[in-house]
Each structure stands twice: as structure tokens, then as C-alpha cells.
Design a protein around this ligand. Structure first.
Ligand code: ADP
Length: 342
């Protein structure tokens, strides 16, 4: 019923006006709409299902391929490709893994080189030891002069061997983070003179000259054994790579930010490209000379020790003119000489 009223007077109406409408079509419309809604809902659910299935596949595909590539990498295949097409995050992950793969591959190659170098270097003194021991047994055993000469070579080669083994052990200890610093106070100028004096034997025998330019004496506080090794390795390298004039210069330079130690040679110098590599573990130049003991680990030990101390270090080099290796004992570890208590 839409509308209803009486016609004529209120007490005695002459008729009634009633307006109504049939409800049947509305009911059927509701039913139709309900049915349509149901169909649309079902269709939407099915559509959403397929869309999510497609999306899931699309997203997981690059992740699956990265997982597969990572499995190959874990098996030791360093040529595998990480393809991260699709989403930014997946691309980032792929790039990170590609970088990790490159680094792993580099370390793997270097490790192989190290084993090749070290075994080659270990074999040489071992061969010498065997040869001279046999010579003493078969030839020079009864000749005291010759025998002593051969025994001297055996002793030198044994020293060379133990130095190599020590270098390898030192580096592995330093790199594993197990080595802690044991700082103590010492006079840096005095220490430098003492180390240079240790090279006296080789300088005299082979004609090398090591010139030391000291600065005002300073008291420093750091791990004396390790810093000694750094200075020793740098001088050893300078002797090994210096030019025909066989000159090596060692300098102590006091600066406001610390004490700088420089070791200069007059050799061929180092290519700018190679400077980035020489402090790397296992890196070794092809034209390595064997006059002075070297394992290819000297500069890696230098780097590890200086990093442990947090000291700056570096190298300035000019091709054909030589190189200057330097490091700086930071001012925090430098004290007034008057504070020295021996
Ligand atoms: P090693 O000298 O036993 O090969 P190092 O770790 O001490 O090992 O040095 C690594 C490389 O750095 C050397 O093989 C050489 O190529 C380069 N290098 C080191 N010191 C010098 C130097 N004073 N002059 C030129 N090259 C050097």
C-alpha cells in the first residue's frame, strides 16, 4: 500500500482512494540479483585463485632459480649465474650473491696459488737438505772443511724452512682473530737501530747498505714483537726488491698525528694496479727473487698486524724509481721519553 485516504467529508465519506502496487516483480528482482551476486562472487573467487597462483609462481620463479644457483655454488661451481629479474628485492639478493660468489672464487684461486707457492718453496729447501746430507754421507764426511761448509748450508736451509712455517702460522693466527695485542713501552728509534743491526750479516755479505735517519727519540706503546715483525718484513722486502745500487733507507719521522716509519728502496717500483694487490694474502709477484727469504706472506702479516693496532699504512711508488712503504704509530700510543721506566 502506497497511499490511502477517504473522499468527501470525514464523517460520511463518499468513497476511498487507495493506491497500491504489486510486490511480485520486486521479489523476483531480488532473487535475480542474489543469484547474479552469487555467480559474480564465485567467478571472483576463481579469478582471485588463478591470479594469486600466477603471482606466486611469478614471484617464486627467480627465488627458485637463485636457490638452485646457490646450491650449485655450494657444490663448488663458481661459474653459476644468479638471475634476479623481476623484483627489486630479488635483484638485490641476486647481486649480493653474485658478489659473494666472485669473492669466494677469488679466495679459492688464491688459496690454490698459496698451496702451490708454499709447497714449491718448502720443496726447495727440503731438496737442498737432502742433497747436502747425502753429500756429507758420501763425500765430505771425512773432510772437516767441506763437511762444515755443507752443514752450514743445511742449517741455513733449516732456518729458511722454519721461518716459512712460522709465517704461515702467524698469519693464520692473526686472521683467525685469536691473536690479542700485548702492548708494552719501548723506544722506537732504539728498536729501529736494533732491527737494522740484525741485517748486518746479509748487508756485509751481499753488499747492501741500510741507511737510518732517526728523529727525536719517542716512547711508544704497542705490541713490540708484532711491530718488530712489521719493520723486519718491510726492510726484508726493501732489500729483496731494491735496485742495483743495493741501497735501503729507513726513516723515523715524528709528526703531530704520530710517529711515521718509512722504508724506501731504489728498485723497479710497483705498478699502480699491483699496489692494490700486494697487501693481499697469497699475492706474489712473478719476478720474486730468492736471495732473501720470502714466503709471499710478508705484507699480509704487515697488514694484519697494523690493522689489529688500527695504524695507518701505505705505499708510495714510482715505476723505475722505487717504493716507500710506511706506517704510522698513532699519537695515542706515543708518549714522552721522560715517562720511560725500564
Ligand atoms: P714476497 O716478498 O715473499 O713475495 P710479500 O707479501 O712480502 O711477499 O710481498 C708481496 C709482493 O709485493 C711481492 O711479491 C712483490 O711483488 C711486492 N713487493 C713487496 N715489497 C716490495 C718492494 N719493496 N718493491 C717492489 N715490490 C714489492
Amino acid at each position: 500500500m502506497l497511499y490511502g485516504c477517504a473522499l468527501g467529508s470525514e464523517e460520511n465519506p463518499s468513497g476511498y482512494l487507495l493506491i497500491n502496487t504489486a510486490l511480485v516483480p520486486v521479489g523476483s528482482t531480488v532473487t535475480i540479483i542474489k543469484r547474479q551476486l552469487m555467480i559474480i562472487t564465485i567467478m571472483l573467487v576463481i579469478f582471485a585463485f588463478f591470479i594469486s597462483l600466477f603471482m606466486a609462481k611469478h614471484i617464486s620463479k627467480p627465488i627458485d632459480s637463485i636457490t638452485e644457483a646457490a646450491e650449485n655454488l655450494a657444490k663448488g661451481d663458481f661459474n653459476t649465474r644468479f638471475d634476479g629479474r623481476g623484483y627489486l628485492e630479488v635483484k638485490k639478493l641476486a647481486d649480493t650473491l653474485t658478489y659473494a660468489e666472485k669473492e669466494l672464487s677469488r679466495v679459492d684461486t688464491m688459496q690454490r696459488d698459496l698451496i702451490a707457492n708454499v709447497s714449491h718453496d718448502l720443496r726447495t729447501p727440503l731438496t737442498m737438505l737432502k742433497a747436502y746430507a747425502e753429500m756429507i754421507r758420501d763425500l765430505s764426511g771425512d773432510n772437516p772443511v767441506k763437511r762444515n761448509e755443507h752443514l752450514e748450508i743445511i742449517i741455513n736451509e733449516t732456518d729458511r724452512l722454519s721461518l716459512m712455517v712460522n709465517d704461515i702460522l702467524d698469519l693464520s693466527k692473526l686472521e683467525s682473530g685469536k691473536q690479542k695485542l700485548s702492548p708494552s713501552e719501548f723506544l722506537i728509534g732504539e728498536k729501529l737501530s736494533e732491527i737494522i743491526a740484525r741485517f748486518k750479516g746479509i748487508s756485509e755479505k751481499m753488499g747492501y747498505s741500510i741507511h737510518f735517519t732517526p728523529d727525536e727519540e719517542k716512547l711508544v706503546c704497542c705490541d713490540v714483537v708484532k711491530i718488530e715483525q712489521v719493520i723486519y718484513n718491510l726492510i726484508n722486502n726493501a732489500i729483496n726488491y731494491t735496485g742495483e745500487d743495493k741501497q735501503v733507507y729507513v726513516r723515523q719521522i715524528n709528526r703531530p698525528d704520530g710517529v711515521v716509519i718509512e722504508v724506501q728502496d731504489t728498485g723497479e717500483g710497483i705498478d699502480e694496479e699491483k699496489i692494490k694487490l700486494i697487501f693481499d694474502k697469497y699475492y706474489r709477484s712473478e719476478n720474486h727473487k730468492r736471495e732473501v727469504v720470502g714466503t709471499g706472506l710478508g705484507l699480509s702479516i704487515v697488514k694484519a698486524v697494523l690493522k689489529l693496532h688500527n695504524y695507518d699504512y701505505g705505499v708510495r711508488s714510482k715505476l723505475g724509481e722505487g717504493s716507500v712503504f710506511w706506517f704510522r704509530i698513532s699519537q695515542n700510543d706515543v708518549k714522552d721519553v721522560n715517562q720511560f721506566t725500564e
